[in-house]
Design a protein around this ligand. Structure first.
Ligand code: PAF
Length: 283
């Protein structure tokens, strides 16, 4: 595995890959790699001739008062994980190279970006779509892998690739969970031991919501009321939102049908956690 920080050097490598007609897999991350990232990399290794992973804690997607400065950074461990999982190039650009001057162009995926996470974290998805567009511009034609854990982010990136005709195939991979079902996230390390015990309540709310749908409930508001009640039963949780939505436009439909997704976000102590799951209704 080679560690590269220069944008031009990555470009040279991927141009070479394109000339040799090699399939390139790309896994963009903010580092602090865990088994969720590992599974994305392993999938990319399986599907492609050559795999690039990036580590870049993107200032543009953090709002005022968010955890940009304290965001977990563990480059030494990340290098070991990436190399073991089969990454060929670990691209670790610096902020001054990604954003050499004040940024005047932003990529905004309207509608999808304003909902849910976007409503709670103003400008967050504009930061994500801008940096992902820049990374796609650097890496070039590739298959890019994102976790379903950040389902709204995944759908926004899919929409952006279609809207901008980017030469990228987007693959979403299932959420990887701890033994007690908590979705893996770099931010889980912020949780105290007491909060860590409380955190799986998000998954419980999703499971109960999905069960209700499987039993025949089609009113999204009824499903959401149950999920809300479950999260609020946990004294350490402060609910941000629950939603039962259409998996494509992320809007709450009048009646649940076809592909649906349940979303939940809550503060556990000071740590904001999100989770989601879905199913496809055939009748
Ligand atoms: O999901 C993440 O880690 C980030 O939002 C991403 C996609 C790497 C963009 O900074």
């Amino acid at each position: 595995m080679r560690l590269i920080s220069s944008i031009e050097a990555v470009r040279r490598e991927t141009l070479l890959m394109a000339l040799e007609r090699k399939r390139v897999g790309f896994v963009p991350t903010m580092g602090s790699l865990h088994d969720g990232h590992r599974s994305l990399i392993e999938r990319a290794v399986k599907d492609n001739h050559f795999v690039i992973a990036s580590i870049f804690v993107n200032p543009l997607q953090f709002g005022d008062g968010e955890d940009l400065d304290s965001y977990p950074r563990s480059i030494k461990k990340d290098k070991q994980i990436a190399e073991k999982a089969g990454v060929d190039i670990l691209f670790v650009p610096e902020v001054k190279d990604m954003y050499p001057s004040e940024i005047t162009t932003k990529v905004v995926v309207s509608k999808l970006s304003q909902l849910w996470e976007g409503a709670s974290r103003e400008g967050h998805f504009d930061g994500v779509s801008t940096v992902v567009t820049k990374l796609f511009g650097i890496v070039g034609p590739c298959t890019a892998y994102f976790g379903e854990k950040d389902f709204q982010q995944l759908q926004i990136i899919r929409q952006m690739v279609v809207d901008l005709n980017l030469p990228v195939k987007v693959v979403g991979a299932p959420t990887v969970r701890e033994a007690d079902s908590l979705a893996m996230s770099s931010r889980n390390i912020y949780l105290s031991s007491e909060e860590r015990l409380a955190a799986p309540i998000l998954r419980v709310a999703l499971d109960e919501g999905l069960n209700l749908v499987r039993l025949g409930e089609r009113d999204p508001l009824v499903v959401m009321a149950l999920m809300k009640q479950i999260v609020e039963s946990e004294p350490l949780a402060v609910l941000d939102y629950v939603a039962a939505v259409n998996a494509h436009n992320l809007q709450i439909p009048k009646m649940l049908h076809a592909e649906i997704r349940l979303l939940v976000a809550a503060l556990i102590g000071k740590t904001r956690l999100l989770d989601n799951d879905g199913l496809t209704l055939t009748e």
